[in-house]
Design a protein around this ligand. Structure first.
Ligand code: ADP
Ligand code: MG
Length: 266
């Protein structure tokens, strides 16, 4: 059964999308079958993996509206992960969900038919704590919370962790916090180190190894791939490989050889 990981933080620009794309690509190179789902109407993940949301046949919006099965909306990216793209229609689709019964479980239900065909499914959340993010948390086995080590920038993290606790209690007892993921980290900055120390003390959840700040991250999406493809030996790519390998170990794939790379369909 595929492990479902939500990457969430209601703050924008903290590297949620970068984390989903980079971890996804790293997992593919480790031989896993990977599905990414873009749950942000701004479609950053879709764009950054080289897909134009304006020309896709189906998207997560159609799945949320119940018009197609999730498997119909999948595309294959150049790096070998599957992607369910998003479009701007997702805003309207989310609004339509509001009065629906079981409205928190639409993503979970959509995933059911494909769960057994993937090893990892990563959900890229929008910068809000709205219904789609609740759907992601209700569908996930674990959540990773990227954050920047800057004053004030982790102020919303407590609120997010409270929401995760509520979802755990009310909607999804499987959900656990895999960890906070410091991103754009500059270890030479005294300020960043101080904020990282504060983050470690303040929240009673694991803190993963920081991802360094690097201009290479800004370059990758412009060619439609992750940093794993454009600069595989860069410090940023290596940092995401470390996170991916840590997750694999935690799931006990580690030590054992995982399956060789293979397409998940077709
Ligand atoms: P979010 O999805 O949380 O809004 P993004 O992943 O889109 O955030 O990242 C926001 C911006 O920061 C993007 O331009 C991205 O290229 C850049 N970025 C992400 N991670 C890093 C990093 N480690 N170092 C430098 N820039 C980064
Ligand atoms: Mg994003």
């Amino acid at each position: 059964m595929g492990r479902v990981i939500a990457v969430a933080n209601q703050k924008g620009g903290v590297a949620k999308t970068t984390t989903v794309a980079s971890l996804g690509a790293a997992f593919v190179l480790r031989g896993l079958r990977v599905l990414l789902i873009d749950l942000d109407p701004q479609s950053s993940l879709t764009f950054s993996l080289g897909i134009d949301p304006d020309v896709v046949e189906y998207s997560i919006s159609d799945v949320v509206r119940g018009e197609v099965d999730l498997s119909m909306a999948r595309l294959r990216t150049s790096e070998g992960m599957d992607l369910v793209p998003s479009t701007i229609d997702l805003l309207a689709a989310e609004a339509m969900l509001l009065p629906a019964p079981q409205r928190e479980f639409v993503v979970r239900r959509g995933l059911e038919e494909v769960l057994s065909t993937y090893d990892v499914i990563l959900l890229d959340c929008s910068p809000s704590l709205g219904l789609l993010t609740l759907n992601a948390l209700a569908a996930a086995d674990e959540v990773i919370v990227p954050l920047q080590c800057e004053m004030l920038s982790h102020r919303g993290v407590g609120q997010l962790l409270d929401t995760v606790a509520d979802v755990h209690r009310l909607l999804n007892p499987r959900l656990r916090v895999r960890g906070l993921l410091p991103t754009m980290y500059d270890k030479r900055s005294t300020h960043a180190r101080a904020v990282l120390g504060d983050v470690k003390r303040r929240y009673r959840v694991p803190v993963l190894n920081p991802i360094p700040r690097s201009v290479k991250f800004a370059e990758a999406p412009s060619v439609g791939t992750s940093i794993i493809a454009t600069s595989p030996s860069s410090s940023g790519a290596r940092a995401y490989f470390r996170i991916a390998d840590g997750l694999l170990r935690a799931w006990r794939f580690g030590g054992r050889k995982v399956a060789p790379a293979r397409p998940s369909r077709g």
